[in-house]
Design a protein. Structure first.
Length: 347
């Protein structure tokens, strides 16, 4: 018996969705590698940007010495890592190299998958241009990363610009959400979507607040703001940080103010998600929604706890690395869980 048109379309959509979800997983790993690169201070170890050749590390001692000599010309080495030897340099070089290598692998997975699915006629015409947009967004993300790294490649700065870091981070999450949403359109049955206007509007409002919080999370990382007040629930013994509102760019450049806002937004998100959850309990939605509506609340509670411990252990480099990466991972899963509920609950 031949396959029906509906069955064939379902199989095509499933193949594309699996490919997209592989991309989602790889983007999550890429963002986590970026976090590790930042927390280990590795981001400026590769002073050149070679889109194809970045995946090839130095292959001999002469090449390693050349890369190390280039690193010695920038402020990070001169002011912070001046005691590094070649072995120390190789350790930080690894994470930036792996971060760039994974980005290239992600690009090849997209290109090869796109060509394969196109040749096998598994892509509908309506999918082609949105997928081309995914590729262009990936290229844009690489360019933003290059601009970010360049901000720290001079004799004065010891880190990259935290503003550019935040743009690089949030734009990566934007790409993640776009690909995830695309996949959901292909694999979630329409009967699992339902209308609940007020719940959908509140979901959207929470997503907007979360995006602002993600920017401030990147500010925290870029400024190493946690170490300026490694206390909780107070901020160095005070309700409001000392010097609050005294800088011209206080909201983005003052580490204590940034930490104060980041904490406040975390509590606000927690309260909003409690409110959303209570409203969700009153909604007789689809089976998928009923099974997953508690996930965002659990994740935001976990995120608050991880945030507290990340601040408390911000002076311990080893603990900060693992707590910071876990904090970043839960932030991404929280974002995806809210995108998931927004997809199911339509206006």
């Amino acid at each position: 018996m031949g396959l029906t048109l509906q069955t064939m379309e379902k199989k095509r959509s499933s193949a594309v969705a699996i490919w997209l979800l592989i991309g989602v997983g790889m983007i999550v790993v890429q963002v986590l590698l970026g976090g590790i690169t930042r927390l280990t201070g590795s981001g400026l170890s590769m002073t050149e940007w070679r889109p194809i050749l970045d995946g090839i590390p130095p292959m001999n001692e002469a090449s390693w010495n050349k890369a190390f000599d280039q690193y010695k010309q920038i402020g990070q080495y001169k002011h912070i890592n001046f005691e590094y030897n070649l072995s120390d340099f190789k350790a930080i070089y690894f994470w930036e190299w792996f971060h760039r290598l994974w980005a290239q692998l992600l690009g090849w997975v997209f290109i090869i998958g796109f060509v394969y699915l196109l040749v096998k006629k598994k892509l509908e015409k309506s999918m082609v241009w949105p997928l081309v947009l995914v590729f262009l967004l990936g290229i844009l993300q690489a360019v933003i990363g290059k601009i970010m790294v360049q901000s720290g490649l001079n004799e004065n700065d010891v880190t990259v610009s935290h503003i550019r870091l935040s743009i690089h981070f949030v734009s990566a999450l934007g790409l993640l959400v776009y690909v995830f949403w695309f996949a959901l359109q292909l694999i979630v049955p329409q009967k699992q979507q339902f209308s609940a206007r007020s719940l959908s509007n509140l979901n959207l409002a929470i997503l907007i607040v979360l995006v602002v919080q993600l920017f401030y999370g990147a500010f925290m990382a870029g400024l190493k703001a946690g170490s300026f007040a490694p206390t909780w629930p107070d901020i160095n013994g005070m309700m409001f940080p000392q010097g609050f509102g005294t800088m011209s760019n206080d909201l983005t450049d003052n580490p204590l103010t940034v930490q104060f806002i980041h904490r406040g937004l975390a509590y606000f998100l927690f309260i909003l998600l409690i409110l959303w959850w209570f409203r969700a309990l009153k909604v007789n939605g689809s089976s998928l929604f009923l099974r997953t509506r508690t996930v965002p609340l659990v994740l935001v509670a976990l995120q608050v706890v991880l945030g507290i411990f990340t601040v408390l252990y911000s002076a311990d480099k080893h603990a900060l690395l693992w707590l910071g990466v876990a904090h970043q991972f839960v932030a991404m899963t929280l974002l995806l869980s809210l995108v998931w509920t927004k997809f199911l609950v339509r206006k």
